[in-house]
Design a protein around this ligand. Structure first.
Ligand code: ADP
Length: 272
């Protein structure tokens, strides 16, 4: 499924003394089967933007088109797209609550009244996708490690099989191994299901390694939508000015190189 925004604007608390414009003239297109990173300084509007993609926030101006659904400013009733768009908030493990992993993951489908057998099947499939053994189903989510808790919380969204999966800083606060597991899970999700993944992150090494495209936000506007290669090679100075960390040159070349059909050799093959 594809997402298009047209002249999207958003104002918190409009027509009150607390009115605050957070998005202005956002025009982006996120095609299916891509992993798209959204980056920008804290406060640049990333979280506000992604909450428009499943109808949690209603545009103040313009519209968002999510597959067949148009979410438009002034529209009376905006549908919330629970099933086709999965949104994973920051620190999703704070929302774990059930006494077992199985019950936690099954909560959404149960609420939607899915048949029992389908729920059982999907919960087991998704457990495999997040790389946990079936023995985890009967465990309490509160006994798990930080990385495992986070994966279980994400599984609660994946179990709905959303066409578009949006994750807000999913690797924050995890050790490198925990981060790696989440990133690999994201890539598997995109490949196996042929779906779209939107990743809000400040980790530019993750952008270089995993993103097909990147949207750079600055003060509520889209500064660029481009490829990581173009971003890191053409806009290096501007990125620094935006205060965004840039991966070291060697890391960058290695990561970008993996994507080329004929990688550029990193060591000289010339004989002395
Ligand atoms: P980011 O995800 O890039 O850090 P956010 O979308 O969270 O940016 O925030 C953008 C701006 O909107 C910030 O200045 C923030 O303080 C403001 N903001 C976020 N949520 C609210 C809210 N509920 N009410 C008023 N202002 C908000």
């Amino acid at each position: 499924m594809e997402i298009i925004t047209k002249d999207l604007g958003y104002i918190y608390h409009p027509r009150t003394p607390f009115a605050k414009r957070v998005l202005t003239d956002v025009n982006i297109r996120i095609k299916a089967n891509r992993l798209v990173a959204v980056v920008g300084q804290t406060g640049s509007g990333k979280s506000t933007l992604i909450q428009h993609f499943n109808g949690l926030l209603k545009p103040s101006e313009g519209y968002v088109q999510v597959g067949p659904h148009k979410l438009e400013a002034g529209q009376k009733k905006i549908p919330i797209l629970h099933e086709s768009v999965g949104l994973v908030f920051q620190y999703p493990e704070h929302q774990l609550f059930a006494e077992t992993v199985e019950k936690d993951i099954a909560f959404g489908p149960k609420n939607l009244g899915w048949p029992e057998e389908l729920i059982n099947l999907r919960v087991r499939q998704v457990l495999d996708k997040i790389g946990l053994a079936p023995s985890y189903l009967s465990r309490s989510p509160f006994e798990l490690s930080g990385g495992e808790k986070r994966r279980v919380a994400i599984a609660g969204v994946l179990v709905m099989q959303p066409d578009i999966l949006i994750l807000d800083e999913p690797t924050a606060g995890l050790d490198p191994e925990g981060q790696q597991q989440i990133l690999e899970m994201m890539v598997r999700w995109k490949q196996e299901r042929g779906k779209t993944v939107i990743l809000v992150t400040h980790q530019m090494d993750h952008v270089a390694e995993y993103a097909d495209e990147v949207v750079v936000m600055e003060a509520g506007r889209v500064k660029w939508q481009t490829t990581p290669l173009a971003l890191f090679t053409q806009y290096t100075e501007q990125l620094r000015q935006l205060g965004l960390e840039i991966p070291s040159l060697i890391e960058l070349v290695q990561e970008l190189n993996q994507r080329l059909k004929e990688p550029i050799p990193l060591t000289s093959t010339k004989k002395e």
